[in-house]
Design a protein around this ligand. Structure first.
Ligand code: KG4
Ligand code: ZN
Length: 339
């Protein structure tokens, strides 16, 4: 089989989703995900429980991805897995499984950086979308990261701005928790926000120089404001729920868009993509689409490639495989994997 049509098994297990995908050429033929509901009752991901759930899920998920793709194990040319960043136990399950399977099939193993993979998801074939041209800017926003990246090639990515404290996804989840939405609250808060007035409540925005972000001050501002309002009216949250969601979402998206606009000004690059879990946010997507009026060329991922998935891992792995950049059996998970 020629390299052009290589078959790659991608494995993702950096946090609380176990995922496996099969990529043939640049087309995803299966992308299976087992979400872990167990964390909801704890209000956040419990690392030990995540590791245990990955151990239970990994074989069925990989099996399902292979069956859905209608291929056999012998058809796989290489296995790409997330090496980091992420949770040590979670990553170790995926990396160890990938290494064992690669060894037994005598095929290469390819390590992938989770955050770079979020960006490279834009290069998965999709007949309804055009792929970004280099160089482009990517706002990479997830539960653990918030970055603006200049992407010059699949291998040349420069972080030009990042958060100095919390990530945007964390800000969504923590704010959601304050008003009683279960973890992970970001997607639910987004839904309720559609029904509310985004201008109703004002929260303080950070004054951080350059292209960096901060969300911890906003978190405190939301917490203190809500505490004061609830003191005056114990039903405040219930009575103003949708407006609170809309105002919180509007503030977070304002912060993200302001820095993205600045990055465009500073770099002169007007081709802009978003990636990571928060790129599923409807307001962020809407605001980006509006930028077409200012001649931005925008790239918004399909919903299934926003949050954690193995399709993006397989795609990132393919770039390495095509260049003969493979890892060996000595690799281990790295929760703080360098850019
Ligand atoms: O990329 P991701 O799946 O996992 C990490 O690598 O962190 O991102 C998960 C984050 C969570 O914080 C989740 O609340 C947030 O993405 N998220 C959203 C939405 N969908 C997912 N935040 C706001 N609006 C959404 N629609
Ligand atoms: Zn992610």
């Amino acid at each position: 089989m020629s390299r052009k049509h290589s078959t790659i098994l991608g494995i993702e297990s950096s946090c609380d989703d176990t995922s496996a995908a099969i990529l043939v050429g640049d087309k995803i033929v299966s992308n299976c995900i087992a979400n872990q509901k167990i964390h909801q009752k704890y209000g956040g991901v419990v690392p030990e429980l995540a590791s245990r759930a990955h151990i239970e899920n990994i074989i069925p998920v990989v099996d399902e991805a292979i069956k859905k793709a209608k291929i056999a194990l012998k058809d796989i040319d290489a296995i790409a897995c997330t090496r980091g960043p992420g949770l040590m136990g979670s990553l170790t399950v995926g990396v160890s499984f990938a290494k064992s399977l690669a060894l037994s099939l005598n095929i290469p193993i390819i390590e992938v950086n989770h955050m770079k993979a979020h960006i490279l998801a834009h290069f998965i074939f999709d007949e309804n979308r055009t792929k970004p041209n280099f160089p482009f800017l990517c706002l990479t926003v997830s539960g653990g990261h918030t970055q603006i990246v200049t992407v010059r090639s699949p291998f040349e990515m420069e972080i030009i701005g990042s958060t100095i404290d919390d990530a945007a996804g964390e800000a969504f989840d923590k704010a959601a928790k304050m008003i009683g939405i279960d973890y992970p609250g970001g997607p639910k808060l987004d839904e309720f926000a559609e029904l509310g007035d985004p201008m109703r409540f004002v929260f303080s925005k950070p004054k951080i120089p350059d292209l960096n972000f901060s969300f911890s001050g906003l978190k405190t501002s939301i917490l203190y404001n809500i505490r004061d309002w609830v003191k005056e009216d114990e039903h405040f949250i219930k009575n103003n729920f949708n407006d609170l969601c809309a105002s919180i979402r509007n503030t977070i998206v304002d912060i993200l868009m302001t820095k993205l606009e600045l990055a465009c000004q500073q770099t002169g690059i007007k081709e802009v993509a978003i990636a990571g879990g928060v790129s599923a946010n409807s307001e962020l997507r809407k605001r980006l689409i509006q930028k077409r009026e200012e001649n931005w060329i925008i790239h918004i991922p399909k919903f299934e490639y926003c949050t954690d998935n193995a399709a993006m891992i397989a795609m990132a792995g393919k770039y390495s495989f095509d260049q003969n950049i493979c890892s060996d059996q000595k690799i281990s998970a790295n929760p703080r994997l360098d850019w």
